[in-house]
Write a protein that binds this ligand. Structure first.
Ligand code: FE2
Length: 401
C-alpha cells in the first residue's frame, strides 16, 4: 500500500481511538510508594474485608523469600493465602488457566501479583479467568473483558514494564510463542506498592534491561503524536529519573535511593504508555522477543537509538526538549543538534549499563518476516513516522552481528 494511503488510514485509526477513549470511564488507582510500602498495600487489602487472597508469583522469587517479606502483614493477619507460583517469563494461556483453577478451588476473593511484568500480566488474566468460564484466549484485543474480575493488586519486583500502572497484559501462545495483547480497563490494578526494599536483590543485567524498557516507554509516550492526559508530564518525570538513577542502581543494587527512583520511573512510564500506548521500538522489539526469546528490555534497548534516528526529523522538537530535561543541552540551542545529543545520551546510557548494540542470534534470513510484522504493529501506535520495509531492514542489519 502506498505510504500516503497508509498515513491516511493511520490518521483515521487514531481518530477512532480518540473517540473510544473519550467515552471510557475514568479509572481509579492507588499507589503506595517508598521503602516498606508493601506493608501499606497489605493493610489496604485487609481493609477491603478480603479473607482469601491468591498470590500470583514465580517460584524463584518465592524461594528467595521476597514473597514472604512482601506479604508479612497478610501472613500475620486472619487471611487465608493460596499461591500460584508457576509464572514463567512470557507467561502462557496454560499458566493463566492453571492459576485461575487455584483461585476457583480456593475461593479467592482478591488477586495479589508479586513479581515482574510476567507475574503482573498473568495475574491480571487470572483475576479475569477466576470469575468466568470463557477461554482467556477469547479476550485477546481491546475491551473484550466485560465481566467483573477479582479485585487486583500488584507489587512489582522489577522496575521496567510498568504493568502495575497499565490496563494491558501480554500472554503468549505456548506452541507458536505468539504474544497476544489483552487490554481492558478492568485490568488496571486497584492499588500497587512501589517498594524498593523488595527490589534490592535484582541482578545488574536485569536492572539494566528492565530499566531500558521503562526508558523506552517514557520516550515512546513522549514522542507519540497523541496529545492526551498527563502523558508528557509522566514521561518527563520517568525519563529524568531513569537518567539519574539507572547507572547507580546498575552499579550498586543495594542503593535504596536509586532503587526508589527506578521504581517510581517505571511506574510513571507505565502511566504514560497507559494513556497513549508505545511505538515503533516496541513494534520491532516484540518480534525479536517472539522469534529469538530476547528479553523484552534488551530487545527495546537494541532498537531504541535506531528508531530515534529514524524519526529524528518528525520528533525533533520533543527529542530536543528531552536533551534539555536531562541536561545534555541548553534551552535555545539548535533544535536538531539537541535532538542528536539526546539520542547520543541514550546510546551512552545503554553502554554504561552494559547492554550490547548487536546480538548474534538475530538472523538475516528472518529480516523479511520480522519487517512485515513490525510494520503492521507499528501502524497501531501513535508513532511520529510510520515504519517502512527499507528502514526496518536497515535497523535489523545494524543490530545483527
Ligand atoms: Fe515495554
Amino acid at each position: 500500500m502506498p505510504m500516503f494511503l497508509r498515513k491516511i488510514l493511520h490518521a483515521l485509526y487514531l481518530s477512532l481511538m480518540k473517540v473510544v477513549v473519550y467515552f471510557s470511564p475514568a479509572l481509579r488507582h492507588t499507589a503506595f510508594a517508598g521503602n516498606g510500602s508493601s506493608r501499606q498495600l497489605c493493610e489496604h487489602i485487609i481493609r477491603t474485608g478480603a479473607k482469601k487472597v491468591l498470590v500470583v508469583t514465580d517460584k524463584p522469587l518465592r524461594d528467595l523469600g521476597v514473597v514472604d517479606r512482601a506479604i508479612a502483614v497478610l501472613l500475620n493477619a486472619d487471611v487465608d493465602i493460596a499461591y500460584y507460583d508457576g509464572v514463567l517469563p512470557d507467561p502462557t494461556f496454560d499458566q493463566v488457566v492453571a492459576g485461575a483453577a487455584i483461585a476457583k478451588s480456593h475461593g479467592s476473593e482478591v488477586v495479589l501479583a508479586i513479581g515482574g511484568g510476567s507475574s503482573m500480566d498473568a495475574a491480571k488474566i487470572i483475576a479475569a479467568a477466576a470469575t468466568s468460564t470463557a477461554a482467556p484466549v477469547d479476550w485477546v484485543g481491546i475491551g473484550k473483558i466485560k465481566h467483573a474480575i477479582l479485585p487486583l493488586f500488584a507489587i512489582p519486583t522489577t522496575s521496567g514494564t510498568g504493568s502495575e500502572a497499565t490496563i494491558g497484559a501480554v500472554i503468549s501462545d505456548a506452541v507458536t510463542h505468539e504474544k497476544n495483547i489483552i487490554m481492558g480497563e478492568r485490568l488496571l490494578p486497584l492499588a500497587v506498592a512501589l517498594d524498593a526494599d523488595l527490589i534490592l536483590g535484582l541482578p545488574p543485567h536485569i536492572t539494566a534491561a528492565t530499566g531500558m524498557d521503562a526508558l523506552t516507554h517514557g520516550i515512546e509516550a513522549y514522542i507519540g503524536v497523541w496529545e492526551r492526559g498527563t502523558r508528557l508530564e509522566d514521561a518527563r518525570l520517568a525519563i529524568r529519573l531513569i537518567f539519574d538513577n539507572l547507572p547507580r542502581a546498575y552499579r550498586d543494587g543495594k542503593n535504596l535511593e536509586a532503587r526508589n527512583g527506578m521504581a517510581m520511573a517505571a511506574y510513571y512510564a507505565g502511566l504514560a504508555i497507559n494513556q497513549v500506548n508505545v511505538g515503533n521500538v516496541h513494534a520491532i522489539a516484540h518480534q525479536l522477543g517472539a522469534k529469538y526469546g530476547i528479553p523484552h528490555g534488551l530487545s527495546n534497548a537494541l532498537v531504541l537509538p535506531h528508531i530515534l534516528e529514524f524519526c529524528h526529523v518528525e520528533a525533533q522538537q520533543r527529542l530536543a526538549e528531552l536533551a534539555v530535561l536531562i541536561g545534555v543541552g541548553k534551552a535555545g540551542d539548535d533544535t536538531a543538534g539537541l535532538a542528536h545529543k539526546f539520542i547520543q545520551a541514550v546510546r551512552d546510557l545503554r553502554t554504561e549499563v552494559g547492554i550490547p548494540n548487536k546480538m548474534d542470534v538475530i538472523k538475516r534470513a528472518d529480516f523479511e518476516a520480522i519487517s512485515q510484522l513490525a510494520i503492521a504493529e507499528g501502524a497501531l501506535y501513535p508513532v511520529p513516522r510510520l515504519l517502512d520495509r527499507e528502514s526496518v531492514m536497515a535497523i535489523l542489519n545494524n543490530i545483527a552481528q
